[in-house]
Design a protein around this ligand. Structure first.
Ligand SMILES: [Zn+2]
Length: 317
C-alpha cells in the first residue's frame, strides 16, 4: 500500500501549503480509497514467505501479517481487511492452521493493519492491542497522509481488542514466549512490537517501514522522535541474528533497522537545527534535508511534513 501512497504523493505533489501548516486534504472513506488505489479485493492474492518452521509472513493488501502456528493454535500479528480474510485463512491453513485464528495482535489501530478485526472479532478470535489503539478504534479519526487523508470510522464493539496492555506483556504459546513491547508514541500512540523469542523474529508494524520513508501519524500523536526511540529500544532487546518484519515491505534484518534509525536521526538533527533557526516547513522542503536518501527511499514530501509537525509541536509545547 505504501507504494500506492507514493503514487498519490507524486500525483498530488503540486499541492500548495499554507504558512500555518498544510491543510488536511478532503478525507476519503474506504470505498473512495479502494477506488483511488485501484484495489480489487476479489483479484488480490495473499503470498506467503517462510521465516522459520513455526513463523510465516503473509503479504497481501495492507500491513504484513506474521503467523505463528503450533500445538496451541494460531497466533497472528495484524489482520489487513475483512474482504481478504477468506484468503488469509486459506493461506494460514496451508501452513498448518485449522481454519481459525486464536489470537490476533494488531500493531496499531490503522485500518490497513486492523480492519480484519471486523471479521475476526465476531468469529471468536481473541483480539489484542496496546490500550491506546483500543481507544482509537472506538472513535472516528482522520489520518492525514498529507497527499491524501482517510477517515477511519469507529469500529463496532465486536472488533475492539479483548485484551490490552500498557508497557509490555507476554504470551506463552506454541512452545515459545512472545513479547509485546510499547515504548511510547511513535508511528501512532498505540504501537506494539511483537518479539517471537523462540524464533528470534520481531514484527514492528509501521514504526518500521521497509518500503520507503515512514509515515508518522502526527495528527494523532505520532512523532519522529518517538519512532527513533521505539526502534532504538527494540534494537536493545533483539540481536544481530533477529529477523526483522516491517509493517510494509520485505522481511529484513537487524542491520537494516540500525541503518533506518541512523537515517532518521540524521534527518531529525538537520530539521531540528533549522527549526531552532525559525525555519518554516517550506524552508525545510527547500533545504532538501532528505536529498541524499531520496534515491533509495523515494518521495519524502509526506514524511518531511509529518516529521516537521511533530518536531515543532515538541518545541512549542
Ligand atoms: Zn499505520
Amino acid at each position: 500500500m505504501k507504494k500506492l501512497i507514493l503514487m498519490l504523493v507524486l500525483a498530488f505533489s503540486s499541492q500548495a501549503y499554507s504558512h500555518s501548516g498544510p491543510e488536511v486534504p478532503e478525507p476519503m472513506n474506504l470505498d473512495s480509497l479502494v477506488k483511488a488505489f485501484g484495489w480489487d479485493f476479489e483479484k488480490m492474492e495473499i503470498t506467503t514467505e517462510k521465516v522459520a518452521d513455526d513463523l510465516y509472513v503473509l503479504f497481501g493488501v495492507g500491513g504484513n501479517i506474521a503467523v505463528n502456528v503450533g500445538d496451541d493454535g494460531v497466533f497472528i500479528v495484524d489482520d489487513q481487511f475483512p474482504q481478504m480474510m477468506p484468503k488469509i485463512l486459506k493461506a494460514i491453513s496451508d501452513i498448518g492452521g485449522d481454519g481459525d485464528v486464536d489470537f490476533a495482535v494488531t500493531t496499531h489501530w490503522h485500518f490497513d493493519h486492523a480492519e480484519g478485526n471486523l471479521a475476526l472479532g465476531p468469529d471468536g478470535t481473541w483480539l489484542v492491542a496496546h490500550e491506546n489503539s483500543r481507544e482509537m478504534m472506538k472513535g472516528d479519526h482522520i489520518i492525514n497522509l498529507v497527499v491524501a487523508a482517510y477517515e477511519q470510522k469507529a469500529y463496532p464493539e465486536s472488533a475492539w481488542p479483548d485484551i490490552t496492555y500498557d508497557d509490555d506483556m507476554q504470551f506463552h504459546v506454541n512452545g515459545q514466549s512472545i513479547d509485546l513491547w510499547h515504548f511510547g508514541p511513535a508511528h501512532t500512540t498505540g504501537d506494539t512490537a511483537v518479539y517471537f523469542q523462540g524464533t528470534n523474529a520481531v514484527h514492528l508494524g509501521d514504526v518500521f517501514n521497509n518500503s520507503g520513508y515512514p509515515f508518522i501519524d502526527a495528527g494523532n500523536g505520532g512523532t519522529l522522535e518517538g519512532v527513533i526511540k521505539f526502534c532504538s529500544e527494540t534494537l536493545k532487546r533483539i540481536n544481530e541474528d533477529t529477523v526483522v518484519i516491517p509493517g510494509h515491505g520485505p522481511i529484513t534484518d537487524y542491520q537494516a533497522l540500525v541503518d533506518y534509525v541512523d537515517m532518521l536521526s540524521v534527518i531529525r538533527d538537520r530539521m531540528l537545527a533549522m527549526i531552532d533557526d525559525g525555519a518554516t516547513l517550506e524552508d525545510v522542503y527547500a533545504a532538501g534535508v532528505t536529498a541524499d536518501y531520496d534515491e533509495k527511499m523515494g518521495n519524502s514530501i509526506g514524511f518531511v511534513n509529518r516529521a516537521y509537525m511533530s518536531l515543532t509541536h515538541r518545541r512549542t509545547r
